[in-house]
Design a protein around this ligand. Sequence first.
Ligand code: KG4
Ligand code: ZN
Length: 351
Amino acid sequence: MTRVLAIETSCDETSAAVLDGSGSSTALRSLVILSQDVHRVFGGVVPELASRAHLTAIEPVTRRALSEAGAELESIDVFAATRGPGLVGALLVGVGFVKALAFARQRPLVGVHHMEGHLFATSLEQADAVPPFTALLVSGGHTLLIDVEAWGHYRLLGRTRDDAAGEAFDKVAKKLGLPYPGGPHLERLAKEGRAGRVRFTRPMLRKNQAPGDPDYYDVSFSGLKTAVMNQLQTEDRRPKTEARNNNADIAYAFQDALVDTLVEKTARAAEQFRRARVVLGGGVACNRTLVNAMQERMAPLGATVYAPTARLATDNAAMIARAALYHFERGQRDGLDLNAYATLTMPGVIT
Ligand code: KG4
Ligand code: ZN
């Protein structure tokens, strides 16, 4: 059994977790996630403020994770942290912190790719969410469609050409006057919307696309965002006497188009690679409309959909600990020259 202490500081959550495990058998002993509030007033993450908030929080968050796990620092076998991709100043706080711990305790150090962490997250809660599977990772910074043949063997099928799915939710929500981050607020508003009142074209989704065509798996949301803006302007210009579509109808139509696109692209991947499992990850995987639509679409294909709970969907150190355990067991040992990177290729990507 190996005990891992992992830190995640790639964006605006300071998180620490303790995980015990051996092979595919793991037990999450603790998970502490501190979401930074400071960015709300700015309507987006301010990198310098994120770094400073991580510096203040990292020690108490780690102490709390150890005490919740009932674990002494001496019992930790491996120290791990996210090394990228993310905000480099924020990442450096976590990387520097675990380097100091690993050096002081003379224990191994493992740096983890943030998105590979997301691939492992659901398996911590659902034992069947393991390869082979089709993965859809949808967060504020990323939108990735990946065929996972085995842990460590990732075929990157598609990505966004512009805005990430969560970013599109947040930007549209802002235009609709909703607070930041807007994803959950927009989902709530969309529930009051009337189906079919407004309809937006599904971006990058045409019947005549075929595997091998780069548009087959890629997505793009900036055109959809512009379509929403235009619709809002049209509503504003309408004479008062005319029936208007309200913001809820527009929220419904936006979410409908975005969800439909993600679901269809994921179905293409599951069909082409004949996968019986679809695993979701990232903050947008909290969206029930997406999860339900995915389940409905996959059922006739005989594929089961696995979505993590909110704590493991959004950024957290438990998934980093799980990915670190995998790499530690395969011999990965990083030196004290471990660095942080704003962009970073995922290890094990097959092209
Ligand atoms: O994975 P995450 O916590 O952080 C990043 O790495 O970006 O994802 C945050 C994103 C935000 O854009 C947020 O609006 C979105 O996930 N999100 C949602 C929902 N809950 C969170 N988007 C749509 N519907 C939701 N229910
Ligand atoms: Zn993330």
